[in-house]
Design a protein around this ligand. Structure first.
Ligand code: NAD
Length: 314
């Protein structure tokens, strides 16, 4: 490490989690280089960061080799479409970003002697046959279904991350991120929290896929960012599950959003998407033990902060 304050590359830094991560790293005194091609991210997520002299934006697609001048100590590799609506729209780009893109970013980390953290996902467990999911669970993933472009890209990304570690000695970490929510999600990204908030604020009924009894474990974005930084600092390799252990039915999430927005609870029911997981909940014992981390924000508080942000944007 070249100084007390590592110089950090965040790929996908214009996205939902990436922009909060850039914010937090800058507040901690780091110099941050954000590389993004804006395929799902937004320039407005970086609006408050762009004037900051320690923040540098590189518009680049990680599918091509990256040119980042100067030293890099830490690499957070978040670049990837992440919501089902996005990866259904961008299937080949998602596969290329997870495969060639991760290869390129690992090559850069190797060349710079940087520690590399992969933002992997609970989707590597697919529609899990074991519940809740510990890191040792190997998954139940379709290789050919519509979600496979994302799930298999991330499984490949984990594999190539470990191959760089074994072959080239790159210092790596794998974070398996579970559902995260908060301000800066796109209203139209198809994920449950922004969808319900957008519907409530527009006075439309909530669209419930399936029975609505399927569950999600929601982690507030500030907690997720704290976990990613703790994992980077820890020197641990993982994979480490990061997410909330509080499982909620989709119908209950709708109730919370209705209560926070003061709108009546009205639903329309729709078919469940193919390969849509019924249940997801991480075992986070490893994160608690190795990182001293667990989510600190209650789901109602997180929903309140997210609704407030969406209201400001109206
Ligand atoms: P997001 O879509 O808001 O952000 C992803 C960012 O990556 C965007 O800014 C996008 O423009 C950028 N990007 C995509 N492909 C790129 C490429 N080829 N080159 C350069 N930039 C590229 O998604 P997010 O929710 O912030 O997710 C961030 C990361 O966390 C992703 O890797 C995702 O798989 C992972 N993750 C997120 C969640 C979640 O609940 N949000 C859950 C599990 C894993």
């Amino acid at each position: 490490m070249r100084s007390n304050s590592p110089r950090v590359l965040v790929t996908g830094g214009a996205g939902f989690i990436g922009s909060h991560l850039c914010d937090r790293l800058l507040r901690l005194g780091h110099t941050v280089v954000c590389a993004d091609n804006f395929c799902t991210g937004r320039r407005e997520n970086l609006a408050s960061l762009l004037p900051e002299p320690r923040f540098h934006l590189v518009e680049a697609d990680v599918v091509h080799p990256l040119d980042i001048p100067g030293p890099v100590d830490w690499v957070f590799h978040l670049a990837s479409p992440a919501s089902p609506a996005d990866y259904f729209r961008l299937p080949l780009e998602t596969l290329r970003t997870g495969s060639a893109g991760t290869d390129n970013v690992l090559a850069l980390a190797r060349a710079k002697g940087a520690r590399f953290l992969l933002a992997s996902t609970s989707e590597v467990y697919g529609d899990p046959l074991e519940h809740p999911q510990p890191e040792s669970y190997l998954g139940n993933v379709s290789t050919i279904g519509p979600r496979s472009v994302y799930d298999e890209a991330k499984r490949y990304a984990e594999a190539i991350t470990m191959a760089y570690h074994r072959t080239h000695g790159v210092d790596v970490a794998i974070a398996r991120i579970f559902n995260t929510f908060g301000p800066r999600m796109r209203m139209d990204d198809g994920r449950v929290v922004p969808t319900f908030i957008a519907q409530a604020l527009a006075g439309r009924p909530f669209t419930i896929n399936g029975t609505g009894k399927q569950t999600r474990s929601l982690c507030y974005v500030a907690d997720m960012v704290a976990a990613l930084i703790a994992l980077m600092r820890s020197g641990q390799r993982g994979p480490v599950n990061l997410g909330s252990t509080q499982e909620m039915a989709v119908l209950d999430i709708a109730e919370l959003v209705a209560a926070e927005t003061g709108r009546p609870v009205r639903h329309t029911y729709h078919p469940l998407g193919q390969d849509d997981p019924e249940r997801r909940r991480p075992v986070i014992d490893l994160a608690r033990r190795l990182l001293g981390w667990a989510p600190a924000t209650s789901i109602p508080d997180g929903i309140a902060a997210t609704v407030a942000w969406f209201r400001e944007k109206e």
